[in-house]
Design a protein around this ligand. Structure first.
Ligand code: NAD
Length: 361
């Protein structure tokens, strides 16, 4: 473990001590580094969880965190998740993540992005940055003028946007869950409630619509719902009711912690299959889902399509190869469902164990 408490080269580094080893989310991170750059106002953290399978790849989230600890907790949790995600997606890469503390609409400047790029560069390739909430392809291009350790720059099928692949991977995973739970191949007439009609949720709605499913959709942003109503014949639903609808599948595609002690007993769907990260509010909520007879597709397994796509982005990108790799999400989920059924454990526990077997091997 190497912990660095310093900064972007060329800026004005300052020491910012903070408990790391005793942090509840520490989980044997290989390296955690903090950067402060007075000139640009950059305050950032890079966490590298595990590089046994390869260089740590993970997005850069920019968010006005209420406290330093909130930012640290987020980056540690997300970076760990990337290790597990890459391992189960069969990718030769490790897990890492970065956060910039600030409001992307107000605080993001070229100088801040350059300082972040110097910070990334100080990892000498152990950490490779990509876009995430609050950052985009343009920001990655700005950083690429400073460091070569930037991913998601070279257009794949959708100009570098991983959302279509995430939506397709989620669709493939949902289909595998339906096959496992109901023994049916087609999705005609399947009733699916989608929470969040953003980049991923709206595309997933399109794929499900094409496959003949019936849709119920909600979003904070009403025009996003209306588009699904107009294009896919979806039924608009109030936000607070979406998880409790009488449908076959509940698909969280908005925010985290939606599966919790309050919502789980109200879920009537037999399958939860959605793209949102960190869907379980607490680890024990996986048990609660199992007790309620709900088949849960572990989030980092079903939403790995984006990271798979990013892996292939670059010269020679071949959509058919990516598609074949995305199909493996369904196969991996089926193995998880079988092992969970046979061993009496939750799908979340089995996914964690299978990932650990891979990245600690
Ligand atoms: P997005 O921001 O484009 O869409 C999220 C949508 O959810 C927005 O339209 C927002 O208005 C809506 N929303 C927010 N709070 C809500 C609430 N309480 N109820 C209903 N709707 C709400 O994000 P996205 O790229 O579509 O990602 C969706 C989820 O999938 C996120 O959790 C993200 O972390 C995860 N994810 C995305 C990708 C990807 O490739 N984009 C990859 C892996 C995981």
């Amino acid at each position: 473990m190497r912990a660095i408490y310093n900064a972007a080269r060329g800026g004005s580094p300052r020491i910012q001590p903070m408990p790391i080893f005793s942090h509840p989310e520490f989980d044997a991170h290989e390296r955690v580094a903090f950067a402060f750059d007075a000139a640009s106002g950059l305050r950032a953290i890079i966490a590298v969880h595990n590089t046994r399978l390869g260089r740590a790849l993970g997005g850069c989230r920019m968010w006005p965190y209420a406290s330093d600890d909130e930012a640290l907790t987020d980056v540690l949790r997300l970076s760990r998740g990337m290790t597990y995600k890459a391992a189960l997606a069969g990718l030769p890469q490790g897990g890492g993540k970065s956060v910039i503390i600030g409001d992307p609409r107000r605080d993001k400047t070229p100088a801040l992005l350059m300082a972040m790029a110097r910070f990334v560069d100080s990892f000498q390739g152990d950490y490779v940055i990509a876009e995430d909430s609050g950052t985009g392809v343009e920001d990655m291009r700005t950083m690429a003028s400073v460091t070569s350790h930037v991913s998601g720059l070279h257009a794949g099928a959708h100009n570098g946007d991983p959302s279509p692949a995430t939506a397709l991977g989620t669709f493939i995973g949902l289909r595998a869950a339906v096959r496992f739970a109901h023994g049916r191949e087609d999705l005609k007439g399947l009733r699916v409630a989608i929470q969040g009609a953003g980049n991923v949720g709206s595309r997933l709605a399109g794929l499900l619509h094409q496959a003949g499913a019936r849709l119920w959709v909600t979003d904070l942003h009403l025009p996003a719902v209306q588009r699904c109503v107009d294009r896919f014949g979806a039924t608009a639903v109030p936000m607070e009711r979406i998880h409790a609808l009488d449908v076959d599948v509940f698909s969280p595609c908005a925010l985290g912690a939606v599966l919790n002690a309050q919502t789980i007993p109200e879920i009537r769907a037999r399958i939860v299959a959605g793209a949102a990260n960190n869907q379980l509010a607490r680890p024990q909520d996986a048990q609660l889902l199992q007790q309620c007879g709900i088949l849960y597709c572990p989030d980092y397994v079903i939403n790995a399509g984006g990271v798979i796509d990013i892996h292939y982005q670059g010269p020679g990108y071949d959509e058919a190869i990516v598609r074949r790799h995305l199909e493996r999400i369904g196969q991996t989920l089926t193995r998880i469902f079988e092992r969970a059924r046979d061993g009496g454990q939750t799908t979340a526990e089995i996914a964690d164990r299978m990932a650990t077997e891979i990245f600690r091997a």
